[in-house]
Design a protein around this ligand. Sequence first.
Ligand code: M6R
Length: 607
Amino acid sequence: MCGIIGAASSRNVGKLLVQGLHKMEYRGYDSAGIALHQKDNIFNLRTLGKVSLLEDEMIEQRPKSKLGIAHTRWATHGKPSKKNAHPHESGEVNIVHNGIIENYLELKEKLVQAGYTFESETDSEVIAHLLHQHFQSKGDLLAAMHEAIKELDGAFAIAAIHIKDKNRLVVARNKSPLLIGVGLEENFAASDPLALSQLTNEFVFLEDGDVAEITKESYQVFDRKNSPISRDVTEIDIAVNAVTKGEYSHFMEKEIYEQPNAVANTIDGKLGDDDVLDNIFGLGSSEVFSKIKRIQFVACGTSLHAGKVGRFWFEQIAKIPCYVDFASEYRYRDPLVEEGTLFVTISQSGETADTLAALRYAQEKDYLSTLSICNVPTSSLARESEHVLFTNAGPEIGVASTKAFTTQLAGLMLLAMSIAKSLNKDKQNRKKLVHELRNLPKVIEETLKLSNEILSIVPNIADKHNALFLGRGMFFPIVQEGALKLKEISYIHAEAYPAGELKHGPLALVDDQIPVVALSPENTLTEKLVSNLEEVKARGGTLYVFGGEKAKIKIERGEYIQMPECSELLAPIIYTIPLQILAYHVACQRGTDLDQPRNLAKSVTVE
Ligand code: M6R
C-alpha cells in the first residue's frame, strides 16, 4: 500500500520524484525516501513522516541526478521509522518496494547465513540483498532482477537502481500495480498513473511476472519467461484539477461536493427514455444477465456497505437472492457456488488486495460470470473481470471514501435494473426509477445545502468519545457507512446497529454522553423506527435524526434535520450525504488530518 516511483531522464529528477510521491501520499504517508544515482555513488535520503518533510530536506541538500527511485510508505512489517523507510540499500543496489514478501523470514535466514546484515525490520530489505547477491554472479541488474523474483513469494512492485548502471532503472511486478510512463527523452515507472499525471499521458501497464528495464531513451518489458514482450500503450488524461483541492480545505470536502456531478457521470449514457439501455456492462452482458439466478457480492469497507444496500435492490427489483461477503473472509470459508451465480466485486481503486484475491479465487469456481463496479478503468480488477461498470467519479484522493460510495450505489442500481430487464421483471418500477435516477443529482445538490444545519450539531458530537448510529432495512448499511466515516477521520468510536437490535444490548450504552444518530426516512419501517427512537428518548439519550417530513419524531434532547423529498428506493444515496458532512465537520473541529487519517491508506494493496 505504499507508493513507488522511478525516473530516467535527461533533466534532474529529484523534484519530479518528490512531486510524484505527493500525489501518491494517499497510498501511505508514514515515511518517505529517495535514492538518486550520482557520479560514483547513490544519494539515499529517508525521512520519518509525510512527504513534505522529505521535500524540505531535498530543498536543503539539492542533490542532482538524472536517474532515481522514491517511495512513500504505509507500514506493514516494522513500525514507521527512518530505518524502515525505503529505499533499502545493499552495497551498490537501492530498491523501493510496494507489497508484501510472504517468505521474507526464510529468505532473511539464508541471506544472513550468506553474510548479509539487515538494517531494518521490513520484509522489503530481503529484495535489496537478493538483488545484490544475484548481481555478484550475473554482473547485470536486469539479470539479477529476473533471478531475484524467482525466489520471492507474495506481492511486489519493485524499482531498483545500481551504482554501475547510471542510465537504467529496473522494475518488476507481481500482484501489485506497476506501470511505465512514456515521456519525451524520459521514461518513468510508478504504482499509480496519478503520480505521473504532470509528466505524461501515455502508460504501459505491466502484468504479473513482468520485468522491465527503463532508460531515458527507451524501455523494454520481459514476461515471466524472460522473453521480450510488447505491452499496449494506453493514453489516459488525468485532469490536473482533479488532483488538486481547488477552493476546498480538504480533498474529502471537495469530493463530497462533487457528488452531484459524479453521480450524473455514472448514469450518463446508460438510460433510455423508459428503461436502462442494453449491454451497459459490456458487450453480451444483457445475454449473461438473462441466466442469472443469484448474486454474490464481495468487497471491503465502504464498498462492502454499497453491496449491502445493493442486496435490498436486487431482491426487490430483480427478485433474485443475493449474498454479501467481506472480501477478506470470502475465500477462506470454502463457499458453495450455486448454479447461475454472478460474482460481483465492488471497489473504488480496483487494486484492493483482498477483493482482487477473491476475484481470482472465484475465477477458479463455477460462477456464471464475473463483474466489477469500479472507479479506475486501468485497475487490475477492471482488467480481470469479464464485465465492468466504471463509476466515473473521477480520482478520489481523500482516504475516506465519499463520491466513490454514492456512485457505486448508482452503479448497483443500474445493475439491478439491467438484470431485472434481462429477466423480464418489474418493468413499471424500472420506468419510474429511470426518472428518479435522472433527478438524483438535483436531490443530492439539495441535500448538500443542509451543511449549515448539520454544522450546528457538530460541537455536541465533536467532544464525545463514542457515538451510536441507528437505521433499519437498507438504511442499516448506510448508518454503518456513517459510523465508519466518523471513526476513520475523527477517531471517535462509532458503532452502527439496526434500530430494532437496540433493546438486545446496545441500549445499555445510552446516556447523556453518547450521541445517537439515526436515519428516519419515510418507508414501511418508519413507525417501527420511531418506536425504537422513543426507547432512546426514554433513557435520556440525545438524538440527532435525519428524516422525512412524515417520519418526524418530537425531540427534546438533540435535533431533527429534515431531508429533502426523494425517491424511496434511491433514498439510501441521499441519506448518505448528511452523514458524510457530519463526519467531515466533526473531524475538522477535532483538528485531525482527515484526508490522511492515522494508520490508514487509500488503496489497500496488501492482504
Ligand atoms: O478501493 P476499495 O473500494 O476496494 O477500498 C475498500 C476499502 O479499503 C475502503 O472503502 C475503505 O474502507 C475506505 N477508507 C472507507 O472510507
